[in-house]
Design a binder for this molecule. Sequence first.
Ligand code: PXG
Length: 288
Amino acid sequence: MSPQVYISGKYYDKADAKISVFDHGLLYGDGVFEGIRAYSGRVFRLKEHVERLYESAAAIALAIPMTREQMAAAIDGAIAHNGLKDAYIRVVVTRGSGSLGLDPRKTTDPQVVIITDKISLYPEELYEHGLKIITAATTRNHPNAVNPRIKSLNYLNNILAKMEGVQAGCLEALMLNHKGEVAECTGDNIFLVKHGEIRTPPSDAGILEGITRQAVMDLARDAGYRVVEMTLHRHDVYTAEECFLTGTAAELIPVVECDGRTLGDGVPGPITRNLRQRFQLLVREPGR
Ligand code: PXG
């Protein structure tokens, strides 16, 4: 049986899990979300995901109708309710139903949705041989528009970039910010290795501050690598020794080609492979 969906305090079968067409989440993409993983029945970085959800909500002045503690308990509860061990969790908070018109004051009852599902993993092949990516022509949101730090329901900009990637036969696409600097991919953060140093764009490059990104920076430093957040350009990608992406869905995945240029030796590099192994241990380690 497929997992039941939590909607604002109750569980529903998949076929009955519905939200009003008048919800501004649907009408305007007015809402926020999180994508989370559970490994062996434990939710990875639950506190961090809940915190980011509440920060996204605060940034759009959306009052989530439950406390952080209640939210964390509801997420744990949804996994337990559905008897899942290794799972993907999608938390969505919508602005709620209202009249037509943008004004959020005309809405009531923000909806809290927690979808849990079995995780569908990327083919192991991609981790062994690495991804090919392209640079999308679609620019990452300007921070003064929908700030990339907000994980909002308005992902169309990233979807447009993803479509460019798909068109080019790539699973991910690199997005530059309005200044032409490397920001991130459509659903993953990007890291480069140069002179043995691990480099990633800073928050002010206009990125989502990924929870996997932070976990990987921490474990890389613990492993003795130098990790720096710095402005990067496409040139740095093309001339990198190694490149990898991080995200909840992909975990840590090597990139071996960008815009038709072979990166490094064209195979996942030693630092990328080392970090991937360490990440695998981290997510399976009790008490992490
Ligand atoms: N950048 C963007 C734009 C993202 O959307 C990441 C980076 C990586 O962040 P985390 O915190 O996951 O390390 C994301 C994450 C989905 C889905 O189902 C999307 C994400 C994560 C999980 C699921 O579309 N995006």
